[in-house]
Write a protein that binds this ligand. Sequence first.
Ligand code: LAC
Length: 225
Amino acid sequence: VTVSAARVEAVVFDLYGTLLDLSGVEDAAAGIVPDPADLSARWRRAQLERTWLLTLMGGHEDFLAVTGAALDAVVGERGLELPPDAREELIAAWTRLDAHPDVPAALERLASRRLAVLTNATPAMAGASLGHAGLRDRVDPVLSVEAVGAFKPAPVVYGHAAGALGLPPGRLLMVSANPWDAAGAAAAGMAVAAVRRAPGAAPGGVVAADALLVSDLGELADALG
Ligand code: LAC
């Protein structure tokens, strides 16, 4: 679906990595493990792999449980020892992330449209993360995959957003810095803006050819006028 500003009735944001800066996870790991960059990158990858595998297998666990299990797997794989309070502190980092600096002003500029969140996180985890980042009042509704029991990029997740917003998918613009999430939204018929937050991070080869490519949400606000 080609992005046309006039057709976009609601903007749907991904949460982790798109609105919120995941470098806070690495910062939290800094006093705890010898190589925080390595741990945080492996942890994110393991977390996402677990979501994909669960959904492919027709199973489901909530995203907080997935996040904890992924941490345990990586800690085991790296031969690290993690005291229980350090484990809790690392997991809590997911609800203590800062917004990317461009986000508050861009959400204000976009506020004439419906601004929603669609996330893998549970409603409680998403609410805590948005609250800590000062964004809780800027977005409504906050939609969670828990409503459908499957993770992104399953089509049913994006269908849930369209249903909840009462709009056809083509009237929704999914905004994500996760290229596989942008691809999933496009495959489900949504218009897509892929945010390239870090060199090499996005967009990957699978992003829809007609996705709008932006380097931050200020550029998105420019594009939507
Ligand atoms: C989310 C994951 C993809 O917020 O970061 O849905």
